[in-house]
Ligand binder design. Structure first.
Ligand code: SAH
Ligand code: SF4
Ligand code: F3S
Length: 473
């Protein structure tokens, strides 16, 4: 059946706020302010979801802690993209036995992508009695209702209905930090790359309305945020499910028009949908960072086909060339999967060759992880974990060498950065990012936090640049 866009009504969200008030009365009945801990795994989309979870929890009356032994409520927001992520979650959830023993009445909730998989929800139901509440990404908007139900009945709550997903506006958000903000522009994915679990757990692609996105961007700028990162699994297909004809490039231009000094970043772009219109808009909009995360996944056309990526290496290279022709200073990053089922030595060599041709500023490399229910999980895979690890190590060497070389090219140059954090170290006490997103450590006064400044690059390594703020005259 075709996907039908489902928006949650304003009234439904209002009702959730009423539930928040009811939860508030219950959990603050003894006069003390309860504490919550939210532990987040996975991608930026999950970080953004956790800010909504915290928004709701703050409305319910919770304060926040990072200490599980002090928390009255622990929410674990999980990721399912690789087995390693799931093992970490399960290990940590198992450990919560200790905090729960030490703090009777502690509530443990597990939410996010991992529990949207029926076998995982079942595993938690059977083997993790420490968990009181389980809810998938599609149920996040009704967290207050689920909390109230748990408090009223005292019975475990499991809500992971299979759904194509919804769009909910008006959920309160409690953001991390005051300089950089996430802004989700769309949810879900329609691409069904054969290795990937995301479309199964996050549902179909659905876009927020442009006016809601621009209004949120305005609020962020007014609140003093200096960097807005637009989020979606495939931002290039933004708006396709809406009755407007606002493209992703149009959206960037609309946000660029908001007065103020701030930077627009975005992720992730699927290469098959990255257009010349996008590259032109990026080049023309002075607030849009010249940064593109364009995951190639593999350099072998045979493997790209098996992955269902809808491009070959030549098409990919053409896109890179086109993007660079509009933005010669473009910072380009990628994701690569090593050891996809039946990936041969020759396939792997092609990935290496592509990386040498493109020369990425940074590469995020992963060993293929079999995901239950995906087509790739059924493909024959004759190669051992050791073989894959060898390829992975070789790729990492290439990635690190190229990153170091590209970083060295910055030495002696002056670059504009946004100072965005403190490192806790003495020599280089501040961290910052260039327009293209490269990390720059520097020494300077805390006053610089949240400011765009010029920095002279004095040193570099594989992971970062080092510099000195230029004095303003
Ligand atoms: N929507 C984004 C990526 C989301 S997942 C995109 O299409 O680019 C982030 C990255 O995790 C992917 O780019 C891919 O490189 C990696 N990944 C996804 N599924 C994986 C799997 N089963 N095993 C290993 N890596 C995987
Ligand atoms: Fe996964 Fe592919 Fe969708 Fe990215 S585009 S989330 S890799 S299915
Ligand atoms: Fe993980 Fe879900 Fe993101 S599976 S990578 S948290 S969309």
């Amino acid at each position: 059946m075709a996907y039908v866009r489902k928006e949650i009504g304003v009234g439904d969200i209002k009702r959730q706020e009423e539930y928040c008030a009811e939860v508030f009365d219950r959990i603050t009945a003894n006069g003390a302010r309860p504490l919550a801990m939210v532990d987040t795994y996975g991608c930026q989309q999950n970080e953004a979801d956790s800010e909504k979870i915290r928004g709701y929890l703050a409305e319910m009356g919770y304060g926040f802690t990072q200490d599980e032994f002090r928390a009255d409520l622990i929410v674990v927001n999980t990721c399912a993209v690789r087995e390693h992520a799931e093992m970490r979650v399960l290990g940590n959830v198992g450990q919560l036995n200790h905090s729960k023993k030490a703090k009777p009445g502690q509530i443990v909730a597990v939410c996010g992508c991992m529990v949207q998989q029926p076998h995982m929800a079942e595993k938690i139901r059977r083997s993790y009695p420490v968990v009181d509440m389980v809810f998938g990404p599609h149920e996040l908007w009704r967290l207050p209702e689920l909390m109230l139900r748990y408090l009223e009945k005292g019975k475990r709550v499991f809500e992971t209905t299979q759904s194509d997903g919804t769009v909910a506006e008006g959920i309160p958000q409690k953001r991390d930090g005051s300089i950089k903000a996430w802004l989700s522009i769309m949810y879900g994915c329609n691409n069904f790359c054969t290795y990937c679990i995301v479309p199964y757990v996050r549902g179909r692609e659905r876009s927020r309305r442009p006016e809601d996105i621009v209004a949120e961007a305005r609020e962020l700028v007014a609140a003093g945020y200096k960097e807005i990162t637009l989020l979606g699994q495939n931002v290039n297909s933004y708006g396709k499910d809406l009755d407007t004809d606002v493209s992703f490039a149009d959206l960037i231009a609309m946000i660029n028009d908001i007065p103020g000094e701030f930077l627009i970043r975005f992720m992730t772009s699927h290469p098959k949908d990255a257009t010349e219109e996008l590259f032109r808009t990026m080049a023309e909009c002075e607030k849009c960072a010249h940064q593109l995360h364009l995951p190639v996944q593999s350099g072998s056309d045979r493997i790209l086909k098996a992955m269902n990526r809808h491009y070959d290496s030549e098409k990919y290279l053409q896109k890179v060339e086109l993007a660079r022709s509009y933005m010669p200073d473009l910072v380009l990053t990628t994701d690569i999967i090593v050891g996809f089922p039946n990936e041969t030595e020759e396939d792997f060599e092609e990935t290496l060759r592509l990386c040498e041709k493109v020369r990425y500023d940074a590469m995020f490399t992963f060993i293929y992880s079999k995901r239950v229910g995906t087509p790739a999980a059924e493909m024959p895979d004759p190669y051992s974990r050791e073989d894959k690890q060898k390829h992975f190590d070789r790729l990492l060497d290439v990635a690190n060498r190229i990153s170091a070389e590209k970083h060295r090219e910055y030495e002696g140059k002056t670059v504009r950065v946004l100072v965005d954090g403190e490192t806790g170290k003495e020599q280089y006490n501040l961290s910052s990012r260039t327009n293209g997103g490269r990390l720059v450590h520097l020494k300077g006064s805390k006053e610089l936090l949240g400011r765009f400044i010029n920095v002279k690059i004095t040193g570099s390594n594989t992971w970062a640049l080092y510099g000195e703020p230029e004095t303003e005259d």
